[in-house]
Ligand binder design. Structure first.
Ligand SMILES: Nc1ncnc2c1ncn2[C@@H]1O[C@H](COP(=O)(O)OP(=O)(O)O)[C@@H](O)[C@H]1O
Ligand SMILES: Cc1ncc(COP(=O)(O)O)c(N)n1
Ligand SMILES: [Mg+2]
Length: 477
């Protein structure tokens, strides 16, 4: 029996510490009834005879439900009872030998902790890879952690199925949104649960949704602009126009129009946290854009939640002053931003005045833009896109990342309606990161989008008006 990719969707891995006097085959049957699609029998401290007896019991349950049974480590036992396959680690009997013993018809899975190991396993004829540990796990204390990025890289470069393993539970399973895995291998959250069938069924439902979802998801955490040109409203319009599913956590409300900000109403830190819980435990965002956050407590609650949910692709727009000149952040909050949010950022997107505040340097030309971008990037250990919208000449933006820099040239458009340009650019970058683009391509596409939105020459309001975020839809008429 050879492997179907679909069999890996919810891969239950047993552990006798959860037996509590019951038979392993009973636990396995509950897991299968809940939706587990493949079973791995994993016993570390059992005599050969006892392991064989348990394996035969479990095998009859698996056969009854047409679920493949994989034996951990023990190639001989797999052959002896004619199980469907074996899973071997990096230290176990090597793959070529296992293949010689079992022949081509048996499934052989291999554990890999990095791309090199994955490549070798692929070359030596593995049928699937178990990659981890993704999260901290109690099952294996020596497990190395690997990042979502490495996991995704392995999935994309290796064309055999990949399951993620290590500490996966009902909440963090959503973090695989947008990662090209074929399934998850789970021990404790299935077999350690009081109701194995129910736990399996909930996990199955979640992993099915995560894997089948092809719509990139994106979250903005920012302030509301009642006039709709900047803040949350600009972000949602931008994300929609750049074809991602957009969600919002409102961190502040402004009474604002094109002529200025009349009032600010702060949203409490705990309500911001509640909004983030609601979003991250249901539709996990593949990228997050952070805009106006005016209060220290709110920033702390955002950074705490971003860490808790291992958010990735974080674009931080250090919004300090609106295009109209109004101050949007307290001085105390700027320090909190630097200490707590900047270290989490994939990229920071200051405009020239903001970069001057962050670097303490004056910026009058492109050479000084580079000096400031370098200072900020090296100081806060993140990539920096220093926007040139406030330059007198061209609207050229500078991306500085890990010692390298790249200019994104723009033609200055003779349009005074630039309300919300920073919000729009950062949201467009987040959208393309959610779509799987690397930072350089995301910036390039975002820059093209905003140039088009400015060139559409919308003219609304009595002050510096908003842009036409929907210009891309005109083609559809
Ligand atoms: N008149 C303009 N013509 C073309 N691009 C512009 C113009 N004004 C701003 N931009 C671009 O809009 C983006 C936002 O930049 P900027 O206006 O500096 O940010 P912020 O809104 O945060 O002050 C950048 O890509 C910048 O180059
Ligand atoms: C709620 C809110 N957030 C941000 C901005 C900054 O606008 P810009 O993108 O023009 O810098 C704004 N004016 N209002
Ligand atoms: Mg602006």
């Amino acid at each position: 029996m050879k492997l179907n990719k679909e069999d890996l969707l919810l891969y239950g891995v047993t552990d006798s510490k959860y037996l509590k006097g019951r038979k392993m085959s009973e636990l396995v049957e509950e897991a299968i009834l809940g939706g587990v699609t493949m079973i791995q029998l994993r016993e570390k401290e059992m005599t050969h005879e006892a392991f064989k007896q348990e394996a035969l019991d479990v095998q009859s349950v698996c056969q009854k439900h047409h679920v493949p049974l994989i034996i951990n480590d023990d190639v001989e036992l797999c052959k002896e009872i004619d199980a469907d396959g074996v899973h071997i680690g990096q230290d176990d009997l090597n793959l070529k030998e296992a293949r010689k013993i079992l022949g081509e018809d048996k499934i052989i899975g291999v554990s890999a902790h990095n791309y090199e190991e994955a490549k070798i396993a692929l070359e030596n004829g593995a049928d699937y890879l178990g990659v981890g540990a993704i999260f901290a796990t109690q099952t294996k204390d020596d497990a190395q952690n690997i990042s979502m990025d490495t996991l995704n890289e392995i999935c994309q470069k290796v064309d055999i199925p990949v399951v993620a393993i290590g500490g996966i539970n009902q909440v963090n399973i959503l973090e695989f949104m947008g990662v090209a895995i074929d399934g998850v291998a789970i021990v404790s959250s299935i077999f350690g649960s009081d109701d194995i069938q129910k736990a399996s069924s909930l996990l199955k439902d979640k992993i099915q949704r995560v894997i089948s979802n092809k719509m990139p998801t994106c979250l903005t955490i920012a302030g509301s602009d009642s006039s709709g040109g900047a803040g949350i409203q600009a972000d949602l319009k931008t994300m929609l126009a750049n074809r991602v599913y957009a969600m919002s956590v409102i961190a502040a409300l402004t009474a604002q129009n094109t002529t200025g900000v009349d009032a600010i109403y702060d949203v409490g830190a705990s309500f911001v946290a509640s909004q983030m819980d609601s979003v991250f435990t249901d539709i996990y965002p593949m990228a997050v854009k952070i805009g106006m956050v005016s209060q220290k407590e709110v920033i702390l609650s955002i950074s705490g939640k971003l860490k808790q949910y291992h958010a990735r692709n974080i674009v931080v727009d250090p919004v300090m002053v609106a295009t109209s000149g109004a101050k949007l952040i307290s001085d105390e909050a700027i320090d909190t931003l630097k200490e707590n949010l900047f270290p989490l950022a994939t990229v920071l997107t200051p405009n020239i005045p903001e970069a001057e505040v962050l670097s303490g340097l004056k910026i009058n030309n492109e050479e000084e833009m580079l000096t400031a971008a370098k200072y900020i990037g090296d100081h806060y250990h993140c990539a920096v896109l220093l926007k040139g919208g406030h330059q007198i000449n061209d609207a050229n933006d500078l991306l500085y990342k890990e010692g390298n820099y790249q200019w994104f040239k723009g033609k200055r458009i003779n349009n005074n309606n630039t309300h919300g340009t920073g919000c729009t650019l950062s949201s467009a970058i987040a959208s393309y990161l959610a779509r799987g683009e690397n930072l350089e391509n995301a910036v390039k596409k975002a820059k093209d989008y905003i140039s088009g939105a400015l060139a559409a020459m919308l003219d609304l309001g009595q002050g510096q008006g908003p842009m036409d975020h929907g210009y891309v839809l005109d083609k559809k008429d």
